[in-house]
Design a binder for this molecule. Sequence first.
Ligand SMILES: [Zn+2]
Length: 85
Amino acid sequence: MNERHFPCEYCDTALPLQARRVTLTLQRNGRWYIFENVPAEVCPNCGHRYYDGPTLVQLERLIEEQADQLRPVEAWAFSLPVEAL
Ligand SMILES: [Zn+2]
């Protein structure tokens, strides 16, 4: 029997996921939200990030409640023109 374990569902690496702190952006109602130091498990091969459910619930709650911990930041955005195919 092949008991090989596949830690990542997006690639076939056998390397274990690594616990890291990452920056995550979410867009809600036309606003961008940037979360820093978010705990994640990261695939060392393809870079896919896995977040646990409670962490994501916490972030959604911060957005929903417009929590005091949220601070505005200045940002610049530019959209590249989309060429007709
Ligand atoms: Zn992977």
